[in-house]
Design a protein around this ligand. Sequence first.
Ligand code: C5P
Length: 232
Amino acid sequence: MKRDVIIALDFKDGDTALNFLDKFKEEKPFVKIGMELFFAEGPSIVREVKRRGHKIFLDLKLHDIPNTVKGGMRSLTNLGADILNVHAAGTVDMMKAALEGTQREDGTAPMLIAVTQLTSTSEERMQKELLINAGINETIIHYAKNAKEAGLAGIVCSPLEAGMVKEAVGKDFITVTPGIRFADSAKDDQVRITTPAKAKEIGTDYIVVGRPITQAEDPVAAYRRCMADFAD
Ligand code: C5P
């Protein structure tokens, strides 16, 4: 497993995203396409970014009945995504169906990972609004174990949770972690953050970095700094 930096392409439309990618002349960064860009442009943006040679984490967090998620996953897999995700709250059966949907006829498949509890959900709200009578870390570990049981490759989590997840579920269970900031950069709205170097020390597999690269004066230099601090 090779550690890598994934740039979050959180842009409002395809032109802005592609203009941003044009800045990279020497490297082809792994990128994440989320709801904002995908819902604005549709599947064509995935095909175009793929055509340009980038690997893509298509972050659409599916959560529906198993049969619907299986069909949705099949469509996303056919677009050529390299990483796809679902909500672990959809149950083990839903995750198993999602995994079936990711199997291509040629025997290849994108990596499928799960979201456990969103980092925006506090323990208090989870208990009061979702009626989950457990601690948030216990819930994250339990959902991660469910994802593993369903055959998924790993989960999305805060970098500060990655060590705990690997210890509980196994070190080969992949962790993909947003919430990354350079020690000298703005935190924006992120709370539970760490630096690329610390994320490497914790042992996470992929870091997802948005604004520290996309809003940097020199995005290519910021990306290279992340790679130097984190990647193998
Ligand atoms: O700009 P920034 O580095 O904060 O971007 C992080 C990216 O990771 C965004 O696309 C955000 O939606 C995503 N993300 C996150 N926290 C999660 C899940 C996804 O920040 N728990």
